[in-house]
Design a protein around this ligand. Structure first.
Ligand code: NI
Length: 423
């Protein structure tokens, strides 16, 4: 497939080049060549009025929670979790998770996300949805042994052995958080991730209350505590990190752990704001978190939030380019996928989105710098085309494969059942 006459190609390469009037050739799911006047047989997409950029990377979400969108909009995290979410999660069936995830994926594809890092219950159902939709994902069971042992480590081993050779799915280990897992369980989860050499995905220092609980129980901050158990390293993806002190940041830097920043969910649950400008030596990606605390999967919106929450303190912080990096190449690095995705360069996987530039919200766009600012601060996120590994999943703003009416019907019925039982 040839993307031809691209008006702006946002490469996100080392020099952050934006090329104009070039072609991009996709072959065998990879970016074969970028250059002028390329020719190739097969499908062509006229990109003379479009920007073309890397597919976005959502570095922390719980896609199946799309089925809970909007259940509670005005509670603190602990009440939200214990009164609204956990009782509903106890009633979840496998197919709720499957269809909830498909709805989340549909939304992600329509807003340009091609890869997401997920943690949830019955993650095998999430994997089935991801495989069906043909998107890229890092998948982990959200494990805890405090609310009853919800996902034993044998299930995790099954996910890892079942998907370790899959083209698009990276299995991972996901102990839910320092405050929902026992010390011994956390240690075992860390060993499992190391043994299989897969990512370790965990919530960390999401709220002040979590910090107080861990400090009281362990005499350490959550970051120090996880570090003492050997859980912080280059394979770690630590979600939130809203309450880190200077010593915690040094630990993350030294260990090479990555952070997934979720500004919308952190604002909505009043959890705090991660000190992103202070995390210069740490790879930081962007996540949406779940749909009961955001409430959408639109990473364009998340980029704007990530910038604005820091600009409140200092408008010179968090440029459009910086947050675009977080949603692309830096997010890929957090997930250990930077050799494959996150930028548009020859040899990388063809995870690509295109944006039609004719809409008023993107005008005027006279030069490349205008474009990056518009994409972050003005664009709604409704992309024109989305491609994963060379396959078009969205074409002219419409899903090519997923049947959105069927998925919506399933999700509405299932949500009705779940809410009905909670009355
Ligand atoms: Ni989360």
């Amino acid at each position: 497939m040839l993307l031809e006459d691209i008006r702006f190609l946002v490469t996100q390469d080392e020099e952050r080049r934006i090329l104009t009037d070039v072609d991009l050739l996709v072959e065998d799911g990879r970016i074969d060549e970028i250059g002028e006047d390329l020719s190739a047989p097969g499908e062509r997409i006229d990109c003379s009025g479009k920007a073309v950029m890397p597919g976005l990377v959502n570095s922390h979400t719980h896609a199946a929670m799309t089925v809970f969108r909007g259940v509670s909009d005005s509670k603190l995290l602990q009440g939200w979790l214990e009164e609204e979410i956990l009782p509903r999660e106890d009633r979840l069936e496998g197919e709720d998770i499957y269809f909830g995830t498909l709805m989340g994926i549909a939304e992600m594809l329509l807003t340009g996300t091609t890869c997401f890092n997920d943690m949830y219950l019955m993650e095998g159902e999430v994997a089935r949805a991801v495989d069906h939709a043909g998107v890229r994902a890092v998948l982990s069971y959200g494990m805890t042994d405090e609310h009853g042992m919800r996902e034993p480590l044998e299930e995790v081993e099954r996910l890892i052995t079942g998907y370790k050779d899959h083209d698009l799915i990276e299995p991972a280990v996901g102990p839910h958080a320092p405050y929902t897992c026992s010390t011994e369980f956390l240690r075992k989860a860390g060993e499992t991730a190391e043994e299989h050499d897969v990512p370790l995905h965990i919530h960390l220092s999401e709220t002040e209350e979590e910090n107080e609980r861990i400090l009281e129980a362990e005499g350490k901050t959550p970051a120090e505590y996880l570090d003492s158990l050997g859980l912080l390293g280059p394979r770690t993806v630590a979600a939130h990190c809203t309450h880190l002190n200077g010593a915690d940041i040094e630990i993350l830097e030294e260990r090479g752990a990555g952070v997934a920043h979720n500004p919308a969910a952190n604002l909505k649950l009043g959890s705090g704001i991660a000190p992103v400008p202070g995390l210069e030596g740490v790879d930081v990606g962007l996540g949406t978190d779940g749909m009961a605390s955001n409430n959408n999967h639109n990473l364009f919106e998340e980029m704007k939030f990530a910038s604005l929450v820091q600009k409140l303190e200092d408008p010179r912080e968090m440029s459009a380019q910086k947050v675009l990096d977080m949603a692309t190449i830096d997010g890929a690095r957090v997930l250990g996928l930077e050799d494959r995705i996150g930028s548009l360069e020859e040899g990388k996987r063809a995870d690509i989105l295109t944006v039609e530039l004719s809409s008023p919200e993107l005008s005027p766009v006279n030069k490349p710098e205008d474009l990056i600012s518009h994409l972050v601060f003005s664009f709604s996120g409704n992309v024109s085309d989305t491609m994963v590994e060379g396959d078009l999943k969205v074409r002219d703003g419409e899903l090519t494969e997923l049947d959105i009416d069927e998925i919506r019907g399933e999700v509405e019925d299932r949500r009705g059942r779940i809410d009905g039982e909670s009355a």
